[in-house]
Design a protein around this ligand. Structure first.
Ligand SMILES: Nc1nc2c(c(=O)[nH]1)N[C@H]1C(S)=C(S)[C@@H](COP(=O)(O)O)O[C@H]1N2
Ligand SMILES: [Mo]
Length: 237
């Protein structure tokens, strides 16, 4: 059903999607433009409860597959890197902030159709953490886990090593807030936004790709914008 997916496959964003939203639990949200405009100003500061069904401000929608997510900050945040590596590691937020930072400004594109142009993200290249860990020659993929306890994602090692894949600490030139997956989320610039796992807590190097949360529910593992999930509307340059 469209309303429980990150994608309204071919569905016009309108009454049909809006009505679907009303019956929805905590799963992925598709909100109608009218609903966004009417409620954003009042509720955008509170991403809990009711506002989980509502937009997040700035054109973003708030998505979480769980009804609540623990809050983490510099005091208790940890990111582990393990699996097929020679040097497993654990990073605090301060550790991550001390590493070289890369800033990119790209369009965010959710597979449901909403898009936020020119969004700055900043953080540590995933390739930097992989190099530091020493990826073993038998490895072929990277699996991501989240401290919401439910969401997962994956990339091939080749994708994970791209320069436009970040372990992001900042978004919209601010530290990433809780509702956007802070303090640390993945940012996979060339792919639909469902690849950009929020509340990132684990990076495990694996032999093969393990499908992520939405991918086990039918979405493409290789989620290139414009060239996946039934779309083929951009030249493959
Ligand atoms: N942990 C986690 N990460 C997630 C999701 C989620 O539900 N849980 N939803 C994905 C989807 S479908 C989108 S469009 C974006 C939404 O990010 P935002 O809430 O910052 O707009 O997060 C992605 N990462
Ligand atoms: Mo999405």
């Amino acid at each position: 059903m469209n309303s429980e997916s990150p994608q309204g496959r071919g569905a016009p964003v309108g009454r049909r999607v809006f009505l679907g939203t009303l019956g929805l639990g905590a799963l992925g949200i598709v909100a109608a433009p009218a609903l966004q405009r009417g409620t954003e100003a009042v509720l955008s500061g509170d991403p809990t409860g009711l506002t989980g069904l509502l937009p997040n401000g700035g054109g973003f929608r708030y998505y979480s597959v769980t009804s609540s997510v623990p809050h983490k900050d510099a005091k208790n945040y940890q990111l582990t890197v393990d699996g097929l590596v020679d040097r497993p590691a654990s990073y605090t937020l301060a550790d991550l902030r001390a590493l070289p930072q890369t800033r990119m400004v790209r369009d965010v594109q959710c597979v449901t159709g909403w898009r936020v142009p020119g969004t700055p993200f900043e953080g540590v290249r995933l390739s930097h953490l992989l190099d530091a860990a020493g990826v073993r020659s038998t490895a072929g993929a990277v699996h991501f886990t989240c401290f919401d306890g439910a969401y997962t994602e994956s990339l091939t090692l080749e994708q994970a090593r791209r320069a436009d894949v970040l372990v992001a600490l900042r978004m919209q030139d601010k530290d990433i807030g809780h509702s956007h997956g802070g303090p640390v989320r993945l940012y996979v610039a060339p792919m639909y936004f469902y690849k950009s796992a929020k509340w990132l807590s684990g990076i495990t190097v694996t032999q093969d790709v393990e499908p992520g949360f939405w991918e086990e529910r039918g979405y493409d593992i290789d989620a290139w914008v414009g060239r996946s999930n039934g779309r083929d509307d951009e030249p493959t340059t």
